[in-house]
Write a protein that binds this ligand. Structure first.
Ligand code: PLP
Length: 419
């Protein structure tokens, strides 16, 4: 499907008068639309909750909008827990899913009343020693090992990932044992969590994962007597970064999970299990743009367009070769008859937002929208070459724009120096 920016060129020209490029811009209307669709798709499950993966977009303005739509926070670090608390999101509205977890993080998670998801069996004792008790509601992360393949989907797209090489989660035997240990130590409500594959473009991923976890839940409950009250499908639902890809259908996904639930959990007398999700990318990626301006052009062995954003603002193309669609504002209908590398200023040759991309002719001063940067965009930013993090702006539903986070200044960059 053709990718259309959620702002117009004239809106952007107005915004750039107050906020110079580059900046990340988020679309409130789109964020609410997606959150409502997710909640509706799983409304058949009374306990359903989406815990937004804070690492994808750790920005209070965004977390508060999602909270208004009923979402909680999935946190993995001390500062993510603090960010959630800062937004007034506490208690069971926080899922704490960390690994190699420092003691202080369990302490804060426990103080906030978060649901704690243990990544390893050794953390049963570590948690108890750290906070002095085992919470009544607790979760364990499962890793089935091997290679995870999701057969050819209707899109002709195959999902394959390698849980056996992933550092996360417990083996099946460890999970059973951890549940028994936790029960002996006073836990009463148990959850199972698993994350098998990232950025899946298939309506079958969640249903297939759910079926696997539901079967496991039935066995765990039967064999250990632990009352499983929730199954957490975690993240991994992908987005169509490329125009030729088709988007996931969250209603088909919710319906697929419902079918597995009816087939597996309900007959086992486990119709009280709540479904949790921890989507980051699916919730936010399409609702963010990185807005940048062409500031140079260079013609050597290739044709380059130099922009004022760089990989420090959006790392995915540099580290994964990830595709992000680019719209040259005001030239939406111009022919894509020029082949460019669109590059940032880092002294790293991987600092390219696009390689050999066919685009309309770009002139200095043109505004470029880099699409689908709302998740794992700003948040992966860094300060290499002394580049500074950009501002984050919110496009309100009424068309107004608010600054959620100012751009870093050189003073910020020097602030941590001791001498
Ligand atoms: C990264 C992560 C997520 C979110 O993943 P997405 O691909 O953005 O949906 C959810 N849960 C955990 C534990 C994660 O590490």
């Amino acid at each position: 499907m053709q990718k259309t920016p959620f702002v117009t060129k004239s809106q952007l020209e107005t915004i750039t008068r107050s906020y110079p490029t580059p900046f990340h811009l988020y679309d409130e209307a789109g964020i609410r639309r997606t959150a409502r669709a997710v909640n509706q798709a799983f409304s058949w499950n009374p306990g359903f909750r989406e815990y937004f993966a804070v690492k994808a977009t750790p920005t209070p303005g965004i977390l508060k909008i999602l909270h208004e739509e009923g979402c909680g926070c999935d946190c993995s670090s001390l500062t993510e827990l603090m960010m959630s608390r800062r937004c007034g999101i506490v208690g069971e509205e926080i899922m704490f899913s960390a690994n190699e977890t420092p003691a202080e993080e369990y302490v804060l998670a426990s103080e906030l009343g978060a649901i704690i998801n243990l990544d390893d069996i050794t953390h049963v004792d570590f948690l108890e020693q750290t906070i002095g008790f085992i919470p009544e509601k607790i979760s364990c992360r499962y890793n089935p090992g091997g290679v995870y393949t999701l057969g050819e989907s209707t899109e002709g797209f195959q999902v394959m990932d390698n849980p056996g090489d992933a550092k996360y989660g417990m083996t099946r035997e460890q999970l059973f044992q951890a549940f028994r240990m936790l029960k002996d130590k006073g836990a009463k409500e148990f959850g199972i969590h698993s994350f098998l594959a990232s950025n899946t473009l298939s309506n079958d991923y969640y249903p297939a994962l759910a079926a696997q976890l539901f079967r496991l839940a039935v066995e765990v409950q039967a064999q250990t007597g632990c009352h499983v009250t929730f199954v957490n499908l975690s993240g991994g639902v992908g987005v169509d970064y490329k125009p030729e890809q088709s988007a996931n259908d969250i209603f088909a996904i919710g319906e697929g999970v419902r079918r597995a639930y009816e087939e597996i959990l309900v007959p086992a007398g486990m119709g009280d299990v709540s479904i949790y999700t921890e989507m980051g990318r699916f919730m936010l990626a399409p609702h963010g743009h990185l807005v940048t301006r062409a500031i140079h052009e260079k013609h050597t062995y290739k044709d380059y367009v130099g922009v004022d954003a760089c990989a420090a603002n959006l790392m995915r193309p540099a580290i994964y070769g990830a595709y992000h669609h680019i719209t040259v504002m005001g030239k939406e209908n111009a022919p894509c008859d020029h082949k460019y590398d669109v590059v940032g200023s880092l002294c790293e040759n991987c600092d390219k937002f696009a390689v050999d991309r066919m685009l309309p002719e770009i002139e200095k001063g043109d505004l470029l929208v880099i699409h689908d940067t709302g998740a794992h965009g700003f948040s992966m930013g860094y300060n290499y070459n002394g580049r500074l993090r950009s501002a984050e702006l919110l496009l309100r539903e009424d068309g107004s724009v608010e600054l959620m986070r100012r751009a870093e200044t050189p003073e910020d960059y020097f602030a941590t120096l001791v001498w």
